[in-house]
Design a protein around this ligand. Sequence first.
Ligand code: ATP
Ligand code: MG
Length: 183
Amino acid sequence: MRFTRLRLNGFKSFVDPTDLVIQDGLTGVVGPNGCGKSNLLEALRWVMGENRPTAMRGDGMEDVIFAGAATRGARNFAEVVLQIDNTERLAPAGFNDADTLDITRRITRDAGSAYKLNGKDVRARDVQMLFADASTGAHSPALVRQGQISELINARPKARRRVLEEAAGISGLYQRRHEAELK
Ligand code: ATP
Ligand code: MG
């Protein structure tokens, strides 16, 4: 699964609409302390369905909305759009007529999050499943937070196994089995 573009609007420090083209190969994000490097990675995780405010370094999910600065007022919403290449037709049924897939997540104060796939309303679960099946997503081992390497080294075997299963691409199956067992 190849990410081709990341657009942010009102997300954390990215108050103005920001459009990043993600080229093939390895992408590095460099800049001085506090310039927003981690915020970018959090935007990526957020649009893929992350629902724990702590993973966004916040107390509540609305903390991802631009909170205002000395010269600018706070925003009422935050939006992130992730564009992925869909030439391999990996999208869920009904979305495979397009070469690119735009996943949009928008949060509005007091109204929560809403997701869209190529402009059509979908549920959080649809987006999470899409990435779980592609062995990526908000909890993917491919996204390594600051400080996470030492956490992984010190993790209990069971927690470490979960990371390896995610990397092996079988966590989508586990999620489905878990849901089947609940029914
Ligand atoms: P470091 O190199 O120290 O890891 P970084 O480039 O990863 O820094 P971030 O942690 O991504 O920097 O960005 C921190 C900045 O984002 C801080 O200035 C913080 O005030 C700002 N910020 C975070 N959340 C919001 C928000 N909701 N509204 C406005 N600004 C925010
Ligand atoms: Mg950082």
